[in-house]
Design a protein around this ligand. Sequence first.
Ligand code: ADP
Ligand code: MG
Length: 248
Amino acid sequence: MEPVVERVSDAAPQPTPRERPLVELRNVAAGYTDPSGARVDVATDLNLTLKRGEMAYLIGPTGSGKSTLLKLLYMDVKPEYGVVRVGPYQSDATKERDIPHLRRMLGVVFQDFKLLPDRSAVENVSFALHATGKRGKVVRQKALQALAEVGLSHRAKARPSEMSGGEQQRACIARALVNDPVLLLADEPTGNLDPRVADEIQGLLVKVHRQGMALLMATHDYRLVKAFPARTLALVRGRLVEVDPDSL
Ligand code: ADP
Ligand code: MG
């Protein structure tokens, strides 16, 4: 008999670059040297693909390496072994001067907001546009539009100290979205919020993702993962394991 299956796969067209996954990690090892000079191995063998427009949670206890994995993606941490690729940017071929270009493809949201304290919400969002070279009237227009998308139009002139935690995180999401990234990285974005507000923020992130943006979100809040189920990856001893959110 002819090996039909094999013949079919032989004939399958090779994926063109456009069809490549958005993100790939292959056999990635990474870690740190602590102040005493000792090695801390965080990732030992990370393998991951994330498609355009896909959403995934990254779960694991504190210290398991969630933030390190996100840092590998925005190239704040370099792999010691293996390759990280985000869009056209591959870790072994990306020069220091190209990293700002990579980061323009990304929006990043943190647990502790990282808003500029002496600037209003609209100024914080405008700052992200200035950082990518945008100037003129369009900056304020785009910033106000981003604030409207996250339901914060009425707080555009408020400074971070005048905003609730949920409002500050909305401002951060607006700042992350304003340059139309293809991938949103969120590092425990609900970690400082009470459960009701956490659900609102999570609902907003999922809404934004459904408009076409890939979303990789680190969290140790399993309640949230169950409430908004999506592909879930657990960091276990430096490796990624796919888990069923229902099993959490
Ligand atoms: P998570 O986000 O899951 O809490 P992290 O990626 O922040 O985990 O940290 C993983 C491990 O790496 C922890 O043991 C942490 O102490 C260590 N670590 C993180 N950043 C540094 C650093 N800059 N220098 C040394 N060790 C670090
Ligand atoms: Mg972390």
